[in-house]
Design a protein around this ligand. Sequence first.
Ligand code: FES
Ligand code: FES
Length: 171
Amino acid sequence: MTSLVVNGSPRKANTSADTPLLYFLRNELGLKGPQFGCGLAQCGVCSVLLDGEEIRSCVTPLAMAEGKEVTTLEGLPNRWARANGQSGVKDAPLHPVQQAWIEEQTPQCGFCQSGMMIKATELLEKTPSPTTAQIKEAFTTSGPSPRLCRCGTYTAIIDAVHRAAGIMNKG
Ligand code: FES
Ligand code: FES
């Protein structure tokens, strides 16, 4: 049995420890933020945070999450609330990254955007005011592969990360 914390709640998984984390999140917990795309750690649509680090959940066995904290797109509002000392907030407002994504009208089809927002959150927690070059680096050369958007929203993503940084830095 694997014990982990998902979006702030303790969870136990009876699923085999070598099951991809993505399958547990989507099929057992019904969290549809992380998507299935390539299944090969190449596109980034399945990204979640594991103890604050962006990982590709399609190739991460459940066992790797033992005793750790997983955050999916659905958990971002609560993560932001807790970061601001408001633990246990129900109906927490959107995370600034999600708010910025809406304000910039970033998605087109939306398929890749959960993973993009997870990556943006990881970046902004480590680098609160990234330059455009740092944003490009985070989305292209950090992690196992560049993050892919088949709709080509890359410029809008850069604008949204800058906007999210502005919201977060205001607190
Ligand atoms: S589905 Fe995991 S990286 Fe593509
Ligand atoms: S918005 Fe369509 S794949 Fe990125």
